[in-house]
Ligand binder design. Structure first.
Ligand SMILES: [Zn+2]
Length: 57
């Protein structure tokens, strides 16, 4: 279940939108914990401003 081929990962481009590391979630557990501790609104605001890092390689 954790076996993901590099090709597959690249195709899906599943990466953490915070640290940019490969993650099955939009935000990896590490960053999620961080964001939860920090200001969650900040992140949302930053993304709403037009910072879409979703399709980054
Ligand atoms: Zn992350």
């Amino acid at each position: 279940m954790v076996k993901v081929k590099e090709d597959d990962a690249k195709k899906r481009a599943k990466t953490c939108s915070v640290c940019g590391k490969p993650s099955e979630k939009i935000i990896c557990d590490n960053c999620e914990a961080k964001i939860r501790g920090e200001a969650l609104e900040r992140k949302i605001k930053d993304e709403k401003e037009g910072r879409t890092d979703t399709g980054r390689r």
